[in-house]
Design a protein around this ligand. Structure first.
Ligand SMILES: Cc1ncc(COP(=O)(O)O)c(C=O)c1O
Length: 466
């Protein structure tokens, strides 16, 4: 048996000991749901703990365990779980506000749209709401295809934009093919052939692929601050080049800001880069804990979904029973308003905590002779960052793209994904991909407890693996 498997066995038995009631509840779930749940990242091995409540930085499970949580609703809860500013608002709701779904137009969505577009601050920009990040990026791609009359999509290796057909390639790293693999059954081959891949922060490759394929490509979709691909900020030169080249080839530049939007400043991270994309997608935190997402962009492109759009190329971005649900819109408005009003307090606080976690975790492992490099850092334009991802470099790696983070020949992926996950859970800390996102509810004491938990984990890794 490999040493890492032996360590995992020990951790698993500690975890099982701690979460016996969760296992019972999970067995019920397995009887009625595929894999016992609805989102694979939540359904980690050997089984997920089942939560009863969540507040601020903490979640609590059926066995009465408390965990400091850095997943925070898939990074949606920048103010922490169930923040008072939102729960108080819901108490004030009355039926006219549309607490439950009405299916009519209301003022809440206008307020959210005005606020969001105001924070972006462009002329001639419009927005349309929908209910998931997946739908927002799917519609953004369709709008780009309708606008350009082309069907090719250029995406970044390691970029996750949700599971829609034109975006289901090159999300996970595969040892044989890197980020060239198809991610799902059920996508027609003709579509897969129209998805082209490029590498994050690699301007040379971008130039080459556009030189060859530029005239076939409708859009470049990119996260300006790469999310699940590695928590890596794009360099300013790279994004400037992407803007210049997409303009040159008549390609729609889509910034997927579903993680980065309002995470680094009270607007898209694009404001810090001072780059105006053609379309932007937002989701996660803009719903204040509800299912809200949006495509914002140049009016001339968004107009492609108008019923009387003159061209035959009209995008049917118009359904959605729950689109702009009044309560969701209100929650989103309250969330964004708090971020705007409290920006000088919130952003430096979460960035300082992120910085402290990244550097202290590196030091804790370094003191034990284990090299760790945390990604999530800001850069020349993004002054600070609340994101952290713990990586175990196997050789000299400069973390610039998802290849550096997810190629198991370069970074200890199992250590990050499996060992850190279980080891930290047994210490009362919940992470995803070895880290996560600090919220405004994480106080100094939580950060210190987290660092201590990583310290225990480093000890264990040293004892069993080094
Ligand atoms: C950058 C990015 N885009 C799109 C999505 C898809 O969003 P959703 O899960 O709301 O469909 C995600 C989800 O994690 C994401 O991180």
């Amino acid at each position: 048996m490999k040493k890492i498997d032996r360590l995992l066995e020990i951790l698993e038995s500690r975890y099982r000991e701690k979460t016996k009631k969760s296992l019972q509840v999970y067995r019920r779930a397995q009887r009625v749901m595929v894999q016992g749940g609805s989102h694979s990242l939540r359904l980690f091995s050997p089984y997920p703990f089942i939560i009863t409540t969540a507040e601020g930085s903490m979640v609590y499970d059926f066995d009465g365990n408390a965990y400091i949580d850095y997943w925070q609703g898939h990074y949606a809860n920048i103010l922490g779980h169930n923040p008072k500013v939102l729960t108080d608002e819901f108490k004030r709701f009355n039926p006219e506000d549309g607490s439950l779904h009405t299916g009519f137009e209301g003022e809440n969505q206008i307020k959210l749209a005005e606020l969001l577009l105001g924070q972006l601050g462009y002329k001639d920009y419009k927005i349309r709401f929908t209910t998931s990040g997946t739908l927002a990026t799917m519609y953004a791609v369709m709008l780009a295809q309708a606008y350009t009359g082309r069907d090719g999509v250029l995406k970044i290796g390691g970029g996750w934009h949700g599971a829609s057909p034109y975006l289901l390639k090159g999300v996970k790293y595969h040892p044989e093919s890197g980020f060239e693999q198809v991610e799902s059954a059920g996508v027609p081959q003709e579509i897969l052939r129209r998805i082209f891949m490029t590498r994050f922060n690699d301007g040379d490759h971008l130039e080459k692929i556009l030189w060859r394929k530029g005239h076939e490509i409708a859009c470049l979709i990119i996260e300006p601050f790469l999310g699940i691909g590695g928590f890596l900020g794009a360099s300013k030169e790279y994004l400037d080049l992407a803007r210049a080249l997409t303009e040159k080839y008549g390609i729609v530049l889509i910034f997927d800001e579903i993680i980065s939007g309002f995470r680094f400043c009270p607007s898209g991270v694009q404001k810090l880069y001072r780059i105006e994309p053609d379309l932007s997608t937002f989701g996660k935190l803009i719903g204040g804990g509800h299912a809200v997402s949006a495509v914002a962009g140049k009016t001339k492109i968004l107009e492609k979904c108008r019923p009387h759009a003159t061209s035959k190329l009209r995008v049917l971005f118009e359904g959605g029973t729950f689109s702009s649900h009044a309560q969701y819109m209100r929650a989103g408005y309250v969330m964004l308003k708090s971020l705007v009003n409290e920006a000088p307090r919130i952003y430096p606080k979460i960035a300082a905590a992120g910085e402290k976690l990244r550097r202290r975790i590196e030091a804790i492992f370094g003191d034990r002779g284990i090299e760790v490099k945390c990604t999530g850092d800001g850069n020349d334009v993004v002054a600070g960052s609340s994101l952290f991802m713990v990586n175990f470099p196997l050789k000299k790696v400069r973390y610039r793209s998802a290849e550096d983070v997810w190629n198991p020949a370069r970074s200890g992926v199992r250590l990050k994904e499996e060992v850190l996950k279980l080891a930290l859970l047994t210490e009362g800390v919940h992470v995803v991909h070895g880290g996560g996102a600090v919220s405004a509810a994480h106080e100094e004491k939580h950060v210190e407890q987290t660092i201590a938990a990583y310290g225990e984990t480093a000890e264990l890794i040293k004892k069993y693996l080094y």
